[in-house]
Write a protein that binds this ligand. Structure first.
Ligand code: SF4
Length: 719
């Protein structure tokens, strides 16, 4: 069954059934949902990204639809008891509107902020951006995708003029003679993708993995480079240095399709392999073997993911690998290129349509006068009424409740209490707010702090579109209605917008506009039609992407400017999205981590995911099978380190940084370097990995340095 199989029921079948996609990661595996006797079951289906495969998270995704902890009524914090209590929608929305009006009257429009999520559909991400700029007229909106993709996005923008995670279909991975994965662990984060790696190696291709840990993916590799965390950029520069020395640089391509190579050539001249080995610990022989495998391959692909990107130099690190790809002439060549493995379900679409502080729909820049005119025209407001750019996610969260920061925050589809770096500090900021509103379908750690909690629909209860890691726009289809008492995000935004307009002087109805909710439609297809107009002519142009067109095929790749014209599975065949059509080299230099080890904090700390959990764990920690598979956090230690600390496998340890600590059982493994410890970030409370992480951010992308900080590990003496 392809994406075109949109029917709710098949002929002859009375059981409701719908072809849709997994609610979790950016692979967006195709699945069929079937409801029988009130029970919803998941069935994998053939789709180009998963070819009939699902991971355990996908198989169990329907369990949350009828979960006993599902929120089905708004909650209001009772000022007397301090408890969250059930309330009517009218009371909850009025509390929000009154709170917003009070805060904005006292502190200005920017005193209200919005925080979105990379799991929201394109329609919701678009509506949320519009709601912030038109209904609230605040510049403060950003989203948790800033913690996921932003460094690769910024590097792609400055090199190629556009940011699309994979500029080619996933199937191209299977065709690569050499595939270099940097800081990516798809065997645990998106297992169905591994079949492309298997296919690649069965064809005789070489898989090379760069990762400080011997991950499940690294174990499958022909060659595993295990650098010290935070030294990937030195590795990238050394690889280019070797390629230059050995004459593997594609001079014809560099001359014809790029600019700025000379400065990069000079900058990597000093990155002789022995210097990179001294810094990263990767042997010269492995660097040379990697450079040779890339430089002599007919087709080669370089992919980065969070391991390389979640650093205060994440943009430069990605740029180092982009420089390497460009020098080897890979981008735009069939079966070759550079790409980034997006993490969140709609991490790609979520950053294209206005959730980011500096962007308008279609990947337009909010400070570009022409972009403002275009989008304001679609929204029916004067361009000069649109606010300017806000600030990136961490900066926004860290300013909440401070004298100059927002005093109210509306959160949709995000759980920053668990997912933000230096999380205890952010938790404190949230507590300092005059008004915290959280829309979610479960009581996340962030929702538990809120003044108002709004119960929202789940993925199988509403229609919409998602854009997967390939830039392929997909249809999410509703199997059933939300339960009584639950509303969709679009309905919540429309109702809030109407109440705000009715209660305030800022946005009077336009002449002839009878219904003030007209500006915020609740039908997702109507929203998508508006999104198409807003994105028309932008980098991420969806103008030619209709729901019918998606239904008729296995999705549609953007840019797709006309309904009767082609979409774009592969970018950069003839030109890059820069004004002169050439890709840009940028010289980038290694620099130390924002926080280096010292006598008091002598170990490197890094974070990541495990197979059976997803993001902040709000959903997956509540799924019985996933909880059984991954019941609790852990701290991965090399046995040599554990021996020095006197810690046995399973014994509780404390990981302490300058910002806080986490407690979890030790898991001894030779898969990690003896100078580094690892913890997954899916848990809150005492086991919250982000209590420890560093809030230093990349100066270009705003990406926090999740992947390295300095810690000490202590044995916990328990009674
Ligand atoms: Fe869902 Fe990702 Fe697992 Fe596929 S790999 S089933 S999209 S979580």
């Amino acid at each position: 069954m392809t994406d075109g199989a949109q029917t709710a029921t098949r002929p002859g079948r009375t059981t409701p059934e719908v072809a849709t996609h997994c609610p979790y990661c950016a692979l967006q595996c195709g699945m069929t949902l079937r409801e029988e006797g009130g029970r919803v079951s998941v069935h994998p289906r053939q789709f180009p990204t998963n070819r009939g495969g699902l991971c355990q998270k996908g198989w169990t995704a329907a369990e949350l639809l009828d979960h006993p902890e599902r929120l089905t009524t708004p909650l209001l914090r009772d000022p007397a008891s301090g408890e969250l209590r059930p309330a009517s929608w009218d009371a909850a929305l009025e509390r929000i509107v009154t709170g917003i009006r009070t805060v904005q009257a006292g502190h200005g429009r920017d005193a209200v902020a919005v925080f979105g999520g990379g799991g929201l559909t394109n329609e919701k991400a678009y509506a949320l951006g519009k709601f912030a700029r038109v209904a609230l007229r605040t510049r403060h909106i950003d989203y948790n995708g800033r913690f996921c993709m932003s460094s690769a996005a910024a590097a792609g923008m400055r090199a190629f003029g556009v940011d699309r995670g994979l500029p080619f279909p996933l199937a191209d991975l299977g065709q690569a003679d050499t595939l270099l994965l940097v800081g990516a662990n798809p065997a645990e984060t998106m297992p169905p993708l591994v079949r492309w790696l298997t296919e690649q190696r069965q064809r005789g291709g070489r898989l090379i993995v760069v990762d400080p840990r011997v991950t499940a993916t690294a174990r499958q590799a022909d060659l595993h480079l295990q650098p010290l965390p935070g030294t990937d950029l030195a590795v990238a520069n050394a690889l280019l240095h070797i390629a230059l020395t050995e004459g593997w640089v594609d001079k014809e391509y560099v001359d014809a399709r790029t600019t700025g190579f000379e400065a990069v050539r000079r900058s990597v001249a000093g990155w002789w392999p022995a210097r990179a080995e001294a810094l990263s610990g990767v042997p010269v022989a492995d660097l040379e073997a990697t450079a040779r495998a890339l430089g002599t391959a007919g087709r080669a692909v370089i992919l980065t993911a969070r391991g390389a990107e979640q650093h205060a130099k994440g943009v430069d690190t990605v740029t180092g690998f982009v420089n390497l790809a460009l020098a080897l002439g890979l981008p735009g060549r069939p079966g070759s290129g550079y790409g980034c493995l997006t993490g969140q379900g709609n991490g790609q679409g979520g950053r294209e349509h206005g959730q980011k502080a500096d962007q308008l729909p279609g990947y337009r820049k909010i400070d570009d006068p022409a972009a403002r005119e275009h989008v304001a025209g679609v929204w029916g407001v004067p361009a000069d009424e649109l606010p300017g750019p806000g600030v990136p996610a961490y900066q926004l969260l860290d300013s909440l409740g401070t004298p100059d920061g927002p005093k109210a925050l509306l959160v949709f589809g995000s759980n920053p209490v668990v997912s933000a770096p230096r999380a205890a500090r952010i938790e404190g900021r949230l507590r300092d707010l005059d008004l915290l509103v959280v829309a979610d379908f479960l009581l996340s750690e962030t929702a538990a702090l809120a003044d108002v909690v709004l119960p929202t629909a789940q993925w199988a209860e509403e229609d919409g579109t998602m854009t997967n890691l390939e830039g392929r726009v997909l249809r999410r289809r509703a199997l059933r209605q939300p339960p009584p008492g639950v509303r969709t995000d679009l309905a919540i935004l429309a109702d809030l917008a109407a109440r705000l307009r009715a209660s305030g002087p800022d946005t009077p109805p336009a002449p002839g506009e009878a219904d003030p909710t007209d500006r915020f439609p609740t039908d997702p297809e109507v929203v998508f039609t508006e999104l198409r107009r807003a994105s028309a002519g932008g980098l991420a142009d969806y103008a030619g992407v209709s729901w019918e067109r998606i239904d008729a095929a296995d999705g549609v790749f953007w840019p797709c400017p006309t309904e009767d014209g082609p979409d774009t599975p592969r970018l950069f065949a003839d030109r890059f999205a820069t004004p002169d059509g050439r890709a840009r080299f940028h010289p980038v230099e290694h620099r130390p981590a924002a926080e280096e080890v010292c006598a008091e904090y002598p170990l490197h700390f890094t974070t990541g995911r495990v197979l059976a959990q997803y993001q902040s764990g709000t959903q997956t920690r509540r799924v019985a099978a996933l909880r059984r598979a991954a019941p609790e956090a852990f701290v991965e230690l090399h046995p040599d380190l554990a021996g020095r600390l006197g810690v046995g496998d399973g014994e509780p340890v404390r990981v302490v940084s300058r910002r806080g600590e986490l407690r979890a059982p030790a898991r001894l493994s030779p898969a990690i370097r003896p100078d580094t410890v690892f913890a997954p970030f899916h848990w809150g409370g005492a086991a919250r990995a982000n209590s420890v992480t560093n809030d230093a951010v990349d100066p270009i992308s705003g990406m926090p340095e999740f992947k390295i900080c300095a810690v000490r590990v202590e044995r916990v003496e328990e009674p």
